[in-house]
Design a protein. Structure first.
Ligand SMILES: [Cu+2]
Length: 608
């Protein structure tokens, strides 16, 4: 079958020259190597004092040379395992020639311990050690990474597990951190340059055959054709789902490419907890273990009511913990496919080392739809994705015909429903007159909630795919106040110029931070005016996703906003200070999709 061929070819490509395989294996952390005698992963750093060193590790393989930036010598860095209720000291030494940093993703820390140069501190200067010290006020699966330049892309990321002080409500016999990431031999700065240059590519494409021939005559057929092909793969247009694809990336599990086959061991009948962490720079993955149901028990480090699925989409920077119970004496593939289907990585759960299971056939590349573009389509109300009314049966108000402003006055907004609540923006909302200026390419006609949609390319093959409306916090959220005010932010961009921004302004053009008043409860609405997914990450405070789960709104640190989607979160502004807020796709953040949120006593103007 053709797909098998592609799989095999991809496998060989992932392995590359044997040298590359050896190279990645050399950098892989200790926990990448499960041993039959060990129940837990090896190479954990525990205790209250942790020493981490960020350093460049140059290498040469055949005629290829490059540099990985490692934490304690590995990619990903060591698994740091801590305990809730204790205070931890992390000494981070920077052996690079440039400023470095570590941000503890999803961990609630004082602002000066958050590790974002220019926002929370000055960064860690070359040759110095910065001491982070903070109490651990939470438990769960998290990770940490550099917040400086492209260091995260070239290796500065690692898993962090905080074990709960109270008995864990999640029962399991063994657990593994499963760190997904994207590796490239290319200099990320150059990759960014290529993405910026693509407008030229589009012009090239529109050239006539005569012009193409003249370029080919000048530069040579092969070079011209290769250049054409390269840009064809790197371009963005309505059929593209990822800016950087499997063409440039090798996808890794715990630092190992597919061919090295990271393996987690189990004994039949055990409950195995897999802590999936998407530590990639630019990649959204679809994850499944053919032959096994997954019980999702945690999202972004927060316990959720268990939900059984066949597959879940994990955006950059999100984490999901799942329980699987393999019963048979055989290997199971852990399969993580990139959203554009341009590549994948796999690992294995097996009763013994050295086993492997079938690698699933690749699925066709999904296409962007009219809804992704925010187009009003005839009969849209009857489209499957639009049937939010179904979810909302028994509600005093059908949200069907109301817009946001009507909704605020609806009695439904204040009602005390123990089980379900309003999903703000679940009805299509017409885009206002603001086009966000020249830095913004597209304004969707309508935006709407897509929380109950599995996402592009998913949900049409009979598999039960996790959707955001499945997520219900295990315990009710503590702050029961209704939001006092509402602010809205538009996710904007110019895809051809590779400008990414909020409200049409790059970070460098934004004059003011976004102000939260200390102690307030507010609703923040995200409106995605672009045709791409953007995993938005807020530092310092959790966001409670208003997904209709009543008092069980899930708390998330990263929320993947779909194309032309409007969704909202509730936030308790209980963390004074300056915090980063940004898209977690590294190149989007670097291109300007970044803001500072300032929580202070200062009253801020209310934006509609
Ligand atoms: Cu983005």
């Amino acid at each position: 079958m053709k797909t098998d061929l592609i799989s095999r070819r991809q496998l060989l490509k992932s392995a590359g020259a044997l040298g590359m395989l050896a190279l990645l294996e050399r950098f892989a952390p200790a926990y990448a190597w499960a041993r039959p005698t060990k129940l837990a992963q090896t190479g954990e750093l525990t205790g209250n004092i942790i020493d981490l060193t960020i350093a460049e590790t140059p290498f040469r393989v055949g005629n290829r040379s490059g540099t990985a930036v490692t934490i304690n010598g590995t990619v990903p860095g060591p698994l740091v395992r801590l305990r809730e209720g204790e205070e931890v000291t992390l000494n981070v030494t920077n052996r690079l020639k440039e400023i470095a940093s570590i941000h503890w993703h999803g961990v609630l820390v004082p602002p000066d311990m958050d590790g974002v140069p220019g926002v929370s501190f000055g960064g860690i200067k070359p040759g110095t050690t910065f001491t982070y010290r903070f109490p651990l006020k939470q438990s769960g699966t998290y990770w940490f990474h550099s917040h400086s330049g492209f260091q995260e892309q070239v290796g500065v990321y690692a898993p962090m597990i905080i074990d709960p002080r109270e008995p864990d409500p999640v029962k399991y016999d063994r657990d593994y951190a499963v760190v997904l990431s994207d590796w490239t031999f290319e200099d990320p700065m150059k990759m960014m340059g290529k993405l910026k240059k693509q407008a030229g590519y589009f012009n090239f494409q529109r050239r006539t055959m005569k012009e193409f021939l003249s370029v080919a005559k000048k530069n040579g057929w092969r070079a011209t054709f290769e250049d054409y092909r390269m840009w064809a793969r790197m371009r963005m247009d309505p059929t593209d789902l990822a800016d950087v694809t499997g063409h440039a990336y090798t996808y890794l599990i715990n630092g190992l490419p597919s061919a090295s086959n990271w393996t987690g061991l189990f004994r039949s009948g055990e409950r195995v907890r897999l802590r999936f962490i998407n530590a990639s720079a630019m990649s959204i993955f679809d994850v499944r273990l053919p032959g096994l149901k997954m019980r999702v028990v945690q999202a972004d480090g927060q316990n959720v009511q268990p939900v059984e699925v066949d597959e879940f989409r994990i955006a950059t920077a999100e984490t999901y913990d799942v329980i699987v119970e393999p019963k048979e004496d055989r290997a199971y593939t852990i399969f993580a496919e990139s959203i554009d289907r341009g590549g994948y990585t796999r690992g294995t759960l097996a009763p013994r080392p050295g086993m492997s299971a079938e690698i699933p056939a690749r699925r066709p590349r999904p296409l962007r739809t009219m809804e992704d573009m925010g187009m009003i389509v005839e009969g849209m109300g009857e489209m499957p994705g639009m049937q939010h009314g179904k979810e909302m049966e028994g509600m005093p108000n059908e949200p069907g015909e109301h817009n946001m402003r009507d909704m605020e006055n609806m009695p439904g907004m204040q009602m005390e429903d123990q089980h379900r609540s309003e999903i703000p923006g679940s009805a299509p909302v017409k885009h206002g007159p603001d086009t966000h200026g020249s830095g913004n390419q597209m304004v969707p006609d309508v935006t709407r909630s897509r929380l109950d949609e599995p996402g592009a390319g998913l949900g049409n093959d009979g598999r039960r795919v996790l959707v955001y409306t499945d997520l219900k916090s295990l315990h009710p959220y503590p702050d029961r106040r209704a939001p006092e005010r509402e602010i809205e932010i538009h996710i904007t961009g110019h895809m051809e110029r590779f400008i990414w921004s909020f409200d049409g302004k790059k970070f460098s053009e934004a004059k003011e931070p976004i102000h939260f008043r200390f102690g307030e409860r507010l609703r923040w609405t995200f409106v995605n005016d672009t045709m791409m997914e953007h995993p938005l990450h807020l530092h310092g405070m959790f966001m409670e996703l208003e997904n209709g789960a009543g008092e069980h709104l899930p708390r998330k640190h990263t929320i993947n906003v779909k194309p032309a989607e409007r969704l909202s979160v509730a936030i308790t502004a209980d963390a004074p200070g300056r915090w980063a807020f940004h898209c977690h796709l590294l190149f989007h953040m670097e291109a300007g999709m970044f803001r500072v949120v300032e929580v202070s006593e200062k009253a801020s103007e209310v934006r509609s």
